[in-house]
Design a protein around this ligand. Structure first.
Ligand SMILES: [Fe+2]
Ligand SMILES: [Fe+2]
Length: 313
């Protein structure tokens, strides 16, 4: 065998044995590209995901809710940082990743292009959006790329706190006034379908799924995860006392799963390709924050250079 073939064989064996690929290991160029695409997109989603809820920090109804929301949004920033670090182990440059986000060359989850109209949206995002994220991410703790899998372990622990805080907020509102209950139902109606879209296109239309599965970067297909999320969420909606806005949603005893209605894939495509209700606003906000933060990056770099100088002397 040529050295190249030996490396390839070693890589395949590592994957077959369910062991991890580490940054020092040889990996096929396409594997590197796939993991990088996924981690970068995931990192961008965490960072952009701070905006819809961040908008409510100054308007939270109590100090307690403000402290909880602040902690949650800060966690999302942390998730972005772990994931950018994982992307850097694949040779990506952090500044370039930010440029690609701001220029629209790289995508983030379509869910964050919807507006948060009332405080009930904060609860529903925790319940449904963080809930869907958990469904997606728990299996990624066993992803074949080591740094990605390890980042996911910590992220999932925090996501489960996010999900519970959302659910607890909604429970509190459901015990409140009729108007508060209406707000929860309205937010559920708006976020349900976009949450189902978070799992990505149907398997038949997902060009990357097959290879990502073969390489064990992903462990389940989009449709499998979406089904798992629906089955998990239906009883939670029941306990909460809200209706899920899908007349076709019902238990199918034969399949042992819930059937549900057709997702509006045209809407999904529109939002992914930049034409959702808040795409321009989200990216513009990120760009402004990046530009306003330039002095911090410059100061940190100058400080590091000075310390190096002192250490050298
Ligand atoms: Fe997160
Ligand atoms: Fe979260």
């Amino acid at each position: 065998m040529t050295p190249e073939h030996e490396l390839q064989a070693h890589f395949e064996r590592t994957i077959a044995r369910d062991q991890r690929i580490e940054p020092r290991d040889w990996m096929p160029a396409d594997y590197r590209k796939s993991v990088l695409r996924q981690t970068a997109q995931h990192a961008h989603s965490e960072i952009i995901g701070m905006q819809p809820e961040g908008a409510w920090i100054t308007r939270a109804p109590s100090l307690r809710r403000k402290a909880i929301l602040l902690a949650k949004v800060q966690d999302e920033a942390g998730h972005g940082l772990y994931l950018y670090s994982a992307a850097e182990t694949l040779g990506a440059d952090r500044a370039e990743l930010t440029d690609k986000l701001i220029s629209g060359a790289q995508k983030y989850s379509s869910i964050f292009n919807y507006p948060t109209l009332t405080f009930a949206d904060v609860g529903v995002i925790g319940w449904l959006v963080d809930g869907a994220a958990i469904c997606n991410q728990v299996p990624l703790c066993r992803s074949s790329y080591g740094p990605y899998a390890r980042a996911m372990i910590r992220i999932c622990k925090e996501e489960s706190f996010h999900q519970r805080q959302g659910y607890e907020l909604l429970m509190t509102m459901m015990r409140g006034t009729p108007e508060q209950r209406r707000m929860v139902q309205d937010a559920t109606d708006r976020w349900w379908w976009p949450s189902l879209m978070m799992f990505g296109p149907p398997d038949a239309d997902s060009p990357n799924t097959e290879r990502s599965m073969a390489w064990k970067i992903k462990r389940h297909t989009n449709d499998e995860l979406r089904q798992r999320f629906v089955d998990m969420t239906v009883p939670q909606a029941g306990a909460l006392g809200v209706a899920l806005p899908d007349p076709e949603l019902r238990w199918n005893a034969e399949r042992g799963h819930h059937d549900f209605g057709e997702i509006d894939w045209d809407e999904f495509k529109r939002v992914v390709s930049g034409d959702g209700p808040c795409n321009a606003e989200r990216v513009e906000h990120r760009r402004a924050a990046h530009e306003e933060g330039a002095w911090v990056r410059e100061a940190a770099a100058a400080h590091a250079a000075k310390r190096e100088e002192v250490a050298a002397a």
